[in-house]
Design a protein around this ligand. Structure first.
Ligand SMILES: [Fe+2]
Ligand SMILES: [Fe+2]
Length: 272
């Protein structure tokens, strides 16, 4: 476990719904990147995404501080990127009653890195639903995503929408709610990160993209949670959705390039 990292205990974002916090870059990079997952203590408890592998010990401990391993019934993976699958094998091993909610392409793309077999899978596509006993969750793809397998997750009973990679933002210090961020830093940061995540936005049809944002707005979410954002709550939900609409075509700083890498290498004395 990284002892230099500021550890934030899980925070309650809605009734029986908790954000499990993690982040990267503290003490190393100019900004931090949130790396969260979520737990819904529905009648059949659900873990939503599983963090990065190098934080697995922390993530698993935080999840099990909220729900007993034997009680976890569903482990929902939004897509197969490493920052969402980091503890999937550990959780499936430690949670004997859990079913892994993925989709066909995710299992193909993960291949042999996915250790549990098809007898423990459930395939759920965008637009389909998952009955978790006391509520029915909806798989809804966010407007901005970086894997063809991506589905977010909406809980109509709490109004919480898990956005996967969408609404990603940098943060300067560990943060639990976007309301703690400077609003301009936040909204421009989302434009920057979401543009990096989805460079295909520049070739997407504008009207059709806006309809994908309409779909999220129509859910009328009360809280937006995601892997790479502090909780988006209150009036900031509408601000986040409005900001999403302007991201295709937004002018953002270029991502770090070779010159930046060489600066880093010089600071490490790798390059003379
Ligand atoms: Fe991703
Ligand atoms: Fe991600």
């Amino acid at each position: 476990m990284d002892t230099t990292k500021t550890l934030i205990p899980p925070t309650r974002i809605a009734p029986e719904t908790f954000l499990v916090h993690d982040h990267d870059g503290e003490g190393q990079d100019p900004v931090l990147v949130p790396l969260n997952c979520m737990v819904i203590r529905s009648a059949q408890p659900v873990v939503v995404d599983t963090g990065v592998p190098w934080s697995s010990e922390q993530v698993v401990a935080d999840v099990f501080s909220l729900v007993d391993p034997e009680d976890v019934r569903w482990i929902y993976v939004s897509h197969d990127d490493i920052d969402h699958t980091g503890s999937v094998n550990t959780l499936m091993e430690r949670c004997p009653n859990a079913t892994l909610v993925v989709n066909w392409f995710m299992t193909k793309r993960m291949g042999l890195t996915l250790e549990c077999g098809p007898e423990r899978w459930r395939w759920l596509a965008d637009g389909e639903t998952l009955d978790v006993g006391d509520r029915v969750l909806h798989a809804v793809r966010p407007p901005i995503f970086d894997s063809p397998t991506t589905r977010g997750l909406f809980d109509p009973t709490t109004g919480v929408y898990w956005s996967s990679d969408c609404f990603a933002t940098p943060m300067l210090t560990p943060t639990v709610d976007v309301g703690e961020l400077d609003p301009t830093f936040w909204l421009d940061g989302v434009a920057m990160f979401d543009s990096y995540i989805s460079p295909w936005l520049e070739i997407a049809d504008h009207a059709r993209f806006q309809r994908t944002v309409d779909r999220i707005e129509a859910l009328d979410p009360r809280v937006i949670a995601g892997c790479h954002t502090p909780a988006i709550t209150g009036a900031n939900v509408a601000r986040a959705i409005a900001n999403c609409r302007r991201i295709p075509g937004a002018t953002v700083p270029p991502p770090p390039d070779q010159a930046v890498l060489e600066t880093i290498q010089r600071s490490l004395s790798i390059v003379a």
